[in-house]
Design a protein around this ligand. Structure first.
Ligand code: NAP
Ligand code: ZN
Length: 352
């Protein structure tokens, strides 16, 4: 066991402050990673502020961060996937049993024995719970470290590990390809990645935003059209026309107005997490055999596929790089919907 510096919240209102956390020494199949950049996802914010208390109460001290890019600095004796010096990424999961039917089918994200990167019971007993990437180093099973294409800009690649895969996986699953009409609800961290992927797949992309000032950015990022979602008339123009809608909004909103935009066999996938239940009108699904579904991040194979896709098409997130000392201002700004479009922490600042 060794100690590493980290930023942790000690309560829902404390903000984040410098602390030291224990990490395990790399075991048989583990890689030890020096963290270079870490994105800030809205899920980190939800957890830090205990906004999921009904389904997943936060236990403190809580170290967020699950969009991790780093360099392998040590490997266990049986590691074959990575070597010292490799640039790797870690997302929302750090372990699963690798033997259950879901793992064997390549769906580690649905493993009943999964270990999430932040605030999950630590099976190794190093600490009461797992600590995330707002820290100088992390140790994970080799299977859960992803290879990062060498041409990608590292600060912008960090958000691919959650925002990237969470928008890529459902689009692939629901067959987004050239010629499909795709809606992206919410232009934030996930949403702006959704626009980039949908565009790269050749779809006709429509962004739905509550923020008129984001219109220009949405078009620059690749949207073909932008709709202000609070304008009923603008919404109505698109009734019954969408093949797929990715809903990334981070709070409860009116789902019915989006379900009505789906065409025959259209699907709306929710990836945004609201702390209150949604209400929707059931019959809206009957017309056109529409479906409403959800998706959480993605499997290791899907994440690696997404990273290769990003390498090939040179896709990264639009980031504001910050030192860790700016962390509390960054969380405040994320809460106020004031980020273009992801914060990426330069973790070298934590060594100072
Ligand atoms: P973000 O950067 O804050 O973006 C969220 C966007 O939602 C905002 O930019 C805003 O877009 C829109 N929005 C905010 N409040 C809204 C409201 N009251 N009504 C309608 N739209 C609203 O957050 P993110 O990091 O992209 O994460 C988005 C959500 O996905 C969060 O709830 C997060 O916890 C969740 N998440 C889920 C997974 C998963 O595995 N399913 C993974 C990562 C994150 P406009 O200004 O354009 O309207
Ligand atoms: Zn996330």
């Amino acid at each position: 066991m060794y100690e590493t510096k980290a930023y942790a919240a000690t309560s829902a209102t404390s903000g984040l402050a410098l602390t030291a956390i224990p990490r395990r020494d790399p075991g048989e199949h583990d890689v030890q990673i020096e963290i270079l950049f870490c994105g800030i996802c809205h899920s980190d914010l939800h957890h830090v502020r205990d906004e999921f208390q009904d389904m997943m109460p936060t236990r403190y001290p809580f170290v967020p961060g699950h969009e991790i890019i780093g360099c392998v600095i040590a490997v266990g004796p049986s590691v074959t996937k990575h070597k010292v010096g490799d640039t790797v990424g870690v997302g929302y999961m750090v372990e699963s049993d690798l033997t259950c039917p879901q793992c064997r089918a390549g769906n580690e994200q649905f493993c009943p024995n999964i270990t999430i990167t932040i605030g999950w019971p630590d099976k190794h007993g190093t600490a009461a719970q797992t600590y995330g990437g707002h820290s100088n180093s992390i140790v994970v099973h080799e299977h859960f470290a992803l290879s990062i294409p060498s041409n990608l800009d590292l600060p912008g690649a960090a958000p691919l590990l959650c925002a990237g895969i969470t928008s890529y996986a459902p689009m692939r699953h629901h067959g987004v390809t050239a010629g499909k009409k795709v809606g992206i609800v919410g232009l934030g961290g996930l949403g702006h990645m959704g626009v980039k992927f949908a565009k790269a797949f050749g779809a006709h992309v429509v962004v739905f935003t509550t923020s008129p000032e984001k219109t220009e950015d949405a078009l620059r990022l690749g949207a073909d059209e932008v709709v202000l979602s609070r304008h009923g008339e603008e919404m109505q123009k698109h009734a019954r026309t969408f093949d797929f809608i990715l809903d990334t909004a981070s709070a409860v909103h009116d789902l019915n107005s989006y379900l009505n935009l789906l065409g025959v066999d259209g699907n709306l996938t929710l990836v945004g997490i609201a702390d209150k239940p949604f209400q929707f009108f059931g019959p809206a699904l009957l017309y056109g055999r529409r479906s409403l579904s959800g998706s959480n991040f993605g499997s290791i194979a899907e994440t690696q596929e997404m990273l290769h896709f990003c390498g090939k098409h040179n896709i990264t997130a639009d980031v504001e790089v910050i030192p860790i000392q700016m962390i509390n201002q960054a969380y405040e700004r994320l809460a106020k919907n004031d980020v273009k479009y992801r914060f990426s922490i330069d973790m070298a600042s934590l060594k100072q």
